[in-house]
Design a protein around this ligand. Structure first.
Ligand code: AR6
Length: 533
């Protein structure tokens, strides 16, 4: 993390719970159990080797609605029509193996290979972005090297799937508190299969299809875009990931956990007496992924990954392409309900990037600096919480919306906190304008809601304003007032509801709060920095 005096409030060291970002105890180690599926073998001493990937855990093939339907399952059958026009069922994996054994020399042969086991889509999938990348955007030698060197290695990873995944992968379904741990090598094979669009039953767009409540995972949705510049750059990130994992097989593991809190266990916000005086770091310069050691918030879609396999290129999509292991979550995570969040521990970063949205660019390799924890996971914790989409500012200023966003943030921020502790929980949360870009929310409101959720969960907060100095000043000013007046979470909740009742313009929020605290009409000149424009 860069240092300097551009930030306001508490120094980051107050958010670690230790001297450095890496000294606090971290998250609970990987422990196989009824609610934690561990897909690799943990040796009897519990310690994984740091110079070779762990061996797969052996289990029974499962082909049902509770587990990922793997393309290599013996139950995965595919209709094939022979020369005489007769149709019979063949093992889909056998078709995939036969297809991928043949050389693939260019993007057209790659498209044909993918269509060989996705025949239904022969006249529909056009692979525009893929053709554009290899035939227009990359230099000829770069394309050549991809098909000569990288693609054969991706094929190997695809075909290694039955060797690498030998136990069923459960689905992280709604209403469940459940974790899955996979080795990074296993993940690379799953993603190679996604690259080659081998996952069965995952291509249907029909609202009643088996996986309609899951994100897309086969990469064809990305190939099908028009191939805008940002999509091409996303593809470069993905190609770079594959180059890295075959040249230097990663030896660690990643844990994907879903948390679901029943409505009766959610905080009673009005009654909360928790103090808002927690360490708050405000930073207009760095970005969330710079926040070493903190719980880094993913401004998620309820379908994890959002538009990563499509046109999207904002915070979540960028995070998923620079850390592609996060994309494996899309294979098994059912869409999030309002009282649910997902934490992913150990996802490594592979790429640098520049720009944002349409100007996004792959900017070369990234050397991951996070050390591994005792379970061989990179100390990178990503917390996916999805805000609501507001097409009209006023809709955000309603009791139900405010309570929903508070609950959502709290379910995430209180992941792995101890019950009934009086002190602060570490590490802190690194967040920012959650729900305030593509989802149209107000940063002046969302920053307060996240402050309240952090206070309730007892975690300190780092807020990254994304180059907005004024916003950092505004949040600092209102926070200082709230602390000076010893305001509790419950009191601020009530003030927010009163503000909604009064129907004042959203831009008046901070001024209104100060007014309620001081009991007098605060003028813009009296509290300039607390007054959003
Ligand atoms: N660090 C800190 N702040 C950031 C960063 C970053 N790396 N990137 C963006 N911001 P947005 P949303 C700020 O629009 O509104 C995706 O498609 C910046 O001010 O990504 O919650 C998801 O899949 C930006 O405007 O999040 C969802 O479908 C703001 O954060 C949807 O977008 C919000 O970023 C979520 O939209």
């Amino acid at each position: 993390m860069s240092s300097g005096n551009y930030w306001k409030g508490a120094p980051l060291s107050m958010l670690y719970g230790s001297e450095s970002p890496w000294d606090n105890p971290g998250f609970p180690p990987v422990q196989p159990g009824h609610n934690h599926a561990v897909l690799y073998h943990i040796p009897s001493n519990g310690v994984l080797a740091d110079d070779r990937p762990p061996k797969p855990q052996v289990g029974q093939d499962k082909w049902d609605q509770h587990h990922v339907r793997l393309p290599c399952s013996k139950h995965s059958l595919y209709p094939v029509t022979d020369d005489k026009g007769e149709t019979r069922l063949r093992k889909r994996w056998a078709i995939i193996v036969d297809t991928l054994k043949k050389p693939i020399r260019n993007s057209h042969e790659l498209a044909d290979a993918i269509l060989a086991y996705n025949t239904k889509f022969k006249n529909r999938w056009k692979f525009r972005a893929l053709h554009k990348l290899f035939n227009e955007c990359l230099e000829e030698e770069e394309s050549q090297s991809f098909f000569d060197v990288t693609l054969p290695e991706i094929v190997k990873l695809v075909l290694d799937l039955p060797k690498l995944i030998q136990a069923p992968i459960p689905l992280l379904k709604q209403h469940k508190n459940m974790s899955i741990s996979l080795s990074q090598q296993q993940i690379s094979s799953l993603l190679a299969n996604a690259f080659f669009c081998t996952f069965p039953r995952r291509n249907s767009m029909k609202p009643d299809s088996e996986y309609s409540s899951y994100p897309f995972i086969n990469f064809n949705t990305l190939y099908e875009t028009s191939g805008s510049d940002d999509v091409i750059e996303k593809l470069k990130c993905i190609c770079h990931y594959f180059r890295r994992v075959y040249t230097e097989v990663p030896c660690g593991v990643v844990t994907y956990s879903r948390r679901s809190v029943p409505p009766r266990a959610l905080p009673r916000w009005r009654d909360s007496t928790k103090s808002l005086a927690l360490p708050l770091h405000l930073n207009p310069v760095d970005t969330i992924e710079d926040a070493d050691g903190l719980i880094q918030v993913d401004f998620a879609n309820k379908y994890l990954g959002g538009g990563v396999l499509g046109h999207g290129c904002v915070q979540e999509e960028i995070r998923f392409v620079i850390c592609p292991e996060l994309m494996a979550s899309m294979l098994f995570t059912e869409l999030l309900r309002p009282n649910e969040a997902v934490m992913i521990i150990g996802g490594e970063r592979y790429s640098r990037y520049a720009g944002y949205g349409h100007t996004f660019e792959w900017a070369g390799p990234w050397a991951e600096r996070a050390p591994r924890d005792c379970s061989a996971r990179r100390r990178q914790a990503l917390l996916a919480i999805d805000a609501l989409l507001y097409d009209c500012a006023r809709h955000e200023f309603r009791k139900e919306a405010i309570t929903r966003e508070l609950n959502k943030a709290w379910v995430g921020f209180s992941f792995y906190t101890s019950e009934n502790t009086e002190g602060m929980e570490y590490p802190g949360v690194a967040t920012g304008n959650w729900g305030c870009g593509a989802f149209g929310g107000s940063a002046h409101l969302k920053s307060l809601l996240q402050l309240m959720a952090c206070a309730q969960a007892q975690r300190p907060m780092a807020y990254y304003t994304f180059r907005d100095n004024k916003l950092a000043d505004d949040i600092h000013a209102i926070y200082t007032q709230l602390v000076n007046y010893n305001v509790t979470v419950g009191q601020l909740y009530q003030i927010l509801l009163d503000f909604c009742e009064e129907g004042l313009p959203p831009s008046r929020l901070h001024r209104y709060i100060v007014q309620q605290l001081t009991g007098v009409a605060a003028t813009p000149t009296a509290t300039p920095s607390a007054t959003p424009t």
